[in-house]
Design a protein around this ligand. Structure first.
Ligand SMILES: [Zn+2]
Length: 236
């Protein structure tokens, strides 16, 4: 039921439902976050997976940065092939912002930024500005799982997208498929990252002697992956 994106048809709309739990727990453990910050991170990771699932290119990646004024900043990365990670970031901006970068092979990167009030509003604004068709969306937490649900209009007869999104949000977290929904397919997501000790080692090796000395403490350099937060320690 969780760690996946499930796709449905209902009326003349396509519905995507991302549900995550274990992968968010893993992010929480790696970055030592819990409570409300973990809830925000979980919803952001579900949103990133949803944007990734909407991409046609199987090698696409999505990086999202969220800053909530006076609350905190977070990032999440989702790969179209089903891998997700996220972490809290330093600092906050003076207004709530959501930055979404699509990394598309050959075509390059596309970044969109929206401002608003709170995560729900930012996500709704992003979808309405970035999808070229009408849509409705929800991001929420239910019983320790994190959801992002999007209903997008298909060409032709227009339908009640808000109603479909509400029905999906009510039933799918309970494991029930709403009346009138047809299941199409699902795709798994799991926690993971492309970082490696070798890549971080190359970074440390690229530093000048002086920079290395600056960063070193007790004869070792401690660095963290900026996508998943994993800690790497290098003895000098
Ligand atoms: Zn990593």
């Amino acid at each position: 039921m969780t760690e996946q994106v499930a796709k449905y048809m209902a009326q003349n709309a396509r519905i995507f439902c991302v549900s995550l739990s274990d992968s968010v727990v893993r992010s929480g453990e790696l970055n030592e976050v819990s409570g409300e910050p973990l809830s925000i991170l979980g919803k952001l990771e579900a949103f990133a997976c949803c944007i990734a699932a909407l991409q046609k290119n199987e090698r696409a990646s999505v990086i999202v940065h969220l800053s909530l004024a006076g609350v905190g900043s977070y990032s999440a990365t989702a790969d179209r092939d089903g891998i997700v990670r996220g972490r809290p970031e330093e600092g906050t901006s003076s207004e709530d912002t959501l930055e979404v970068t699509l990394q598309l092979p050959i075509r390059g990167n596309y970044t969109g930024v929206v401002t608003g009030h709170g995560l729900d509003d930012l996500v709704a604004t992003y979808f309405s500005q970035s999808l070229q068709i009408a849509s409705a969306c929800r991001v929420f937490e239910s019983n320790g799982a994190f959801f992002c649900i999007v209903a997008e209009q298909l060409p032709g007869v227009s339908c009640d997208l808000e109603g479909l999104c509400a029905a999906a949000s009510e039933s799918l977290p309970q494991g029930e498929i709403p009346v009138g929904f047809e299941f199409l397919e699902s795709m798994p997501f799991r926690f993971g990252c492309t970082c490696s000790r070798a890549a971080l080692m190359r970074f440390v090796d690229s530093l000048s002697e002086a920079d290395r000395a600056d960063l070193a403490e007790d004869g070792r350099i401690i660095t963290y992956c900026n996508a998943c937060g994993k800690k790497y320690t290098f003895e000098l």
